[in-house]
Design a protein around this ligand. Structure first.
Ligand SMILES: N[C@@H](CCC(=O)N[C@@H](CS)C(=O)NCC(=O)O)C(=O)O
Length: 205
């Protein structure tokens, strides 16, 4: 069905793979290894996406698809998955939750690049702190919304929020978000039992 530039550690790729598992189309996706980085760019990805980020996909009939939001909605439309409600409040809530999860991830990734990629002498502590505080404010919002989050009749909203929380466990365990966000922790504990979540866990170590 499609080729997909992929990285096992990318939380945005994880969104796509959770959707693929959920819809039972994992073996219709050919995974292409990528080494995406904002500085040392992986130019192999260029013909799929000028931004050379993962995930980036190309369908068998030549359609270029990025970013994770577009690929997820494409897969969902092919499989009639219902992960993107088509109208009304449910649609806006799902898309807002997706934006909340993606937004948390965008801030977390900027902090990660700042700490892991930017040379020490060019780092700017206030900038790091500004982005980091966005992670915390998003976490607080997820906590507020947690009582409304589903574990069975979920949408792309829940999937994205779960990828965001899973990424914090993977790259920022020191935040210890469960201690301060008990409702989010309770919801995530249930959601994370889903086979699609287990199959897409980031590599350990
Ligand atoms: N908005 C994009 C974000 C994708 C993204 O930032 N992916 C990271 C890896 S987790 C990447 O490819 N970074 C390389 C770069 O910034 O050039 C999406 O939802 O797919």
């Amino acid at each position: 069905m499609m080729q997909l530039y992929y990285a096992a550690t990318s939380p945005y790729v994880r969104k796509v793979m959770i959707v693929a598992h959920h819809l039972g189309v994992v073996d219709k996706i050919e995974k292409l290894t990528a080494a995406a980085s904002p500085v040392t760019r992986d130019r192999n990805i260029l013909s799929f996406n000028p931004l050379t980020k993962v995930p980036s996909a190309k369908t068998d009939d030549g359609l270029m698809l990025f970013d994770s939001r577009v690929i997820c909605e494409y897969l969902d439309s092919q499989g009639n998955g219902g992960l993107f409600p088509t109208a009304g409040r449910a649609r806006w809530i799902a898309l807002m939750q997706q934006a909340l999860g993606d937004g948390l991830l965008d801030a977390a990734l900027l902090v990660r690049y700042e700490r892991a990629v930017r040379p020490e002498q060019f780092r700017w502590q206030e900038w790091d702190a500004g982005q980091f505080s966005k992670i915390i404010d998003c976490l607080n919002e997820i906590e507020t919304q947690a009582p409304t989050l589903e574990v069975k009749r979920f949408t792309i909203g829940e999937i994205t929020l779960a990828c965001a929380l899973g990424y914090l466990d993977f790259r920022f365990p020191e935040i210890g978000w469960r201690d301060t966000h008990p409702n989010a922790a309770k919801w995530f504990a249930e959601f994370a039992k889903m086979p699609a979540m287990i199959a897409t866990e980031p590599p350990k170590g």
